[in-house]
Design a protein around this ligand. Structure first.
Ligand code: NAP
Length: 525
């Protein structure tokens, strides 16, 4: 396949006629041919009409057909081979190993959702049989299943050009639920987006699905993306990116005549709590691993450890010294886009020039568009007093907050906004303190982990990559893992229906053989 710069609207490749968009070499800032062009309102109208027309057929595809579709996408992405890897490396500045790993993750995610679809448990089928003899009132025959919500708009992430972009977690979970998807490509990697989009387009064709199951559009400003969210045929939005972008789309969705859910994953600083015994026993090792996590992929992870909380002590001082030494040898790395690099430098400068913040160490200086790692420290009093110290600095910068005692550390935790993850480093003697902190940790984050770091989010059934605002816009869900499918489903009850008019998953003869809750008791598949 080759990159054409064209929009993918259903099964058509269309030359956009709005303003030009250029893909940029992240390392040099040079334009990469070909030029892309933004979608027009007519292009968007076409994509929405096709998605709407595809919905009824696609949502009732058999579980096996839908699973095969997801597996076919995975196969076609793999078949893109090195062309995809090299384009993605050039557009993002991320190294080959990282991009290959991300491709494996993307394929794994599609396979996971294929198995979730085949299993059928996500339908949450429930049957409460009629009780005609019940007194004082008889009960009707009441059956429930979850159905696809409708066409979904997806805004992919800049920092996961494969696993959270065109065929990433939001798209995979929406397609698994039975929803057509329109992706607004991220401007940071349009060529990568087109290649992956072509793989999905081909999969739609191979699986004989309606053309409107998938479209990919580019936006030369913000208007087309915003119009997409406002379109009455779109029924939900998946978004990963900045707080300001996510909130802008949430506001548009809420102001519609028919408001719709926006599942936005936005901003987090992912605190790391170092409890005293762990610091004393393993402070140097934790410091080394912390710097490794902080500087992975130039710190451009939503789960990057941007905040460290600990009780001031000689052990914390030793940790700070070890972390300062470790960060000193970290080489600078190319950031995803020149504008993300600029924002990072501004964030580091904001901390450097803050009167209550001490610079503990910096990584090696780099070239154009390369982020230099930075580690800072402050007091709990200053941290509580200055809200700017809590703002995410997207990149490899972190702030250590020295707390005088455990109760102050707890107060600092309570003062934080919602987080994707909180990591706590403990030894056995720290367990009582962990028990005291846990109720607060649970309220603040979607994932609490021990003796590790939030970077590296396993794609599995028990994962939550979510959390209270502003980590996400909806604290009840996750963007990673099989539970993500429920964002794009809604329950429907069928009361007193004849068997032949019920969907197969709710008929007495359970032809798909799925697990169901019948009269309150789960009947396995
Ligand atoms: P972004 O600027 O919010 O962009 C995300 C997507 O939304 C892009 O497609 C962007 O369009 C679009 N967009 C942004 N604002 C919009 C608006 N007001 N109306 C309509 N569309 C809008 O985020 P980003 O560039 O991917 O990353 C920048 C920041 O996001 C980082 O500094 C970091 O703080 C945060 N981030 C968080 C996570 C996380 O998982 N929590 C992950 C990645 C990034 P364009 O393509 O035209 O820009």
């Amino acid at each position: 396949m080759s990159i054409t710069g064209q929009l993918l609207i259903g099964q058509s490749s269309v030359q956009g006629t709005n303003a030009e968009i250029w893909s940029i070499n992240a390392a040099t800032g040079e334009k990469l041919p070909p030029a892309f062009a933004g979608a027009t309102p007519d292009d968007l109208e076409h994509a929405c009409a096709l998605a709407d027309a595809a919905f009824d057929t696609y949502r009732e595809t058999s579980l096996n057909d839908r699973a095969v579709f997801l597996e076919t996408i995975a196969k076609h992405i793999l078949a893109l081979g090195d062309e995809l890897i090299e384009r993605c490396m050039t557009e993002t500045g991320l190294p080959r190993g990282r991009i290959e790993g991300e491709r494996a993750r993307t394929i794994g995610q599609l396979s996971l959702f294929a198995s979730v679809v085949r299993d059928g448990g996500f339908i949450d089928a429930r049957i409460d049989s009629a009780l005609p003899q019940r007194t004082p009132l008889p009960r009707a025959d009441i059956r429930l299943r979850k159905v696809a919500i409708g066409p979904v708009a997806v805004f992919g992430a800049c920092n996961f050009p494969l696993a959270f972009s065109v065929a990433g977690g939001d798209t995979a979970s929406a397609l698994a639920a039975g929803c057509p998807v329109i992706v607004k490509a991220h401007s940071a990697h349009p060529g990568t987006s087109e290649l992956v989009g072509q793989a999905i387009q081909k999969s739609v064709r191979d699986c004989n699905l309606p053309a409107g199951v998938f479209s990919l559009i580019y936006d030369c400003g913000l208007t087309i993306g915003q119009t997409l969210v406002a379109d009455h045929r779109i029924k939900a939005v998946g978004f990963t990116g900045s707080r300001s972008g996510g909130v802008a789309l949430m506001n548009i969705a809420a102001a519609r005549e028919e408001p719709i859910p926006v599942y936005a994953e936005m901003s987090a600083i992912n605190p790391v709590v170092l409890l005293p015994q762990a610091l004393t026993e393993r402070g140097t090792d934790i410091a080394r691993d912390f710097i490794g996590s902080l500087t992975l992929s130039a710190g451009q992870f939503c789960t990057n450890p941007g905040l460290v909380l600990a009780i001031d002590s000689p052990a914390l001082a030793a940790f700070e010294r070890a972390a300062s030494v470790a960060i000193g040898s970290v080489t600078a790395a190319t950031m995803l886009t020149p504008s993300i690099h600029t924002s990072y430098c501004e964030g580091v400068e904001r901390l450097s020039s803050h009167p209550s913040v001490e610079l503990l160490g910096k990584g090696q200086a780099g070239g154009l568009f390369q982020g230099q790692a930075a580690l800072f420290a402050t007091t709990a009093t200053a941290f509580m007093a200055h809200t700017t110290l809590r703002e995410e600095v997207f990149g490899s910068s972190s702030l250590i907050v020295r707390c005088p005692d455990e109760s102050t550390l707890l107060e600092v935790l309570k003062s934080l906004e919602g987080q994707l993850s909180i990591a706590v480093h403990v030894s056995n003697n720290d367990h009582p303190a962990l028990g005291r902190l846990l109720p607060t940790l649970e309220k603040k984050a979607g994932r609490v982990l021990l003796n590790g770091f939030g970077t590296g989010v396993e794609v599995c059934h028990a994962m939550v990559h979510g959390g209270p605002f502003p980590a996400t816009s909806d604290t009840r869900t996750t963007a990673v893992g099989s539970l993500a499918i429920h964002r794009f489903l809604r329950p429907v009850t069928y009361q007193d229906f004849p068997q032949h008019l019920l969907p197969p998953t709710l008929q007495d003869h359970n032809s798909y053989g799925i697990s169901r809750r019948v009269n309150g008791v789960i009947q396995p598949s």
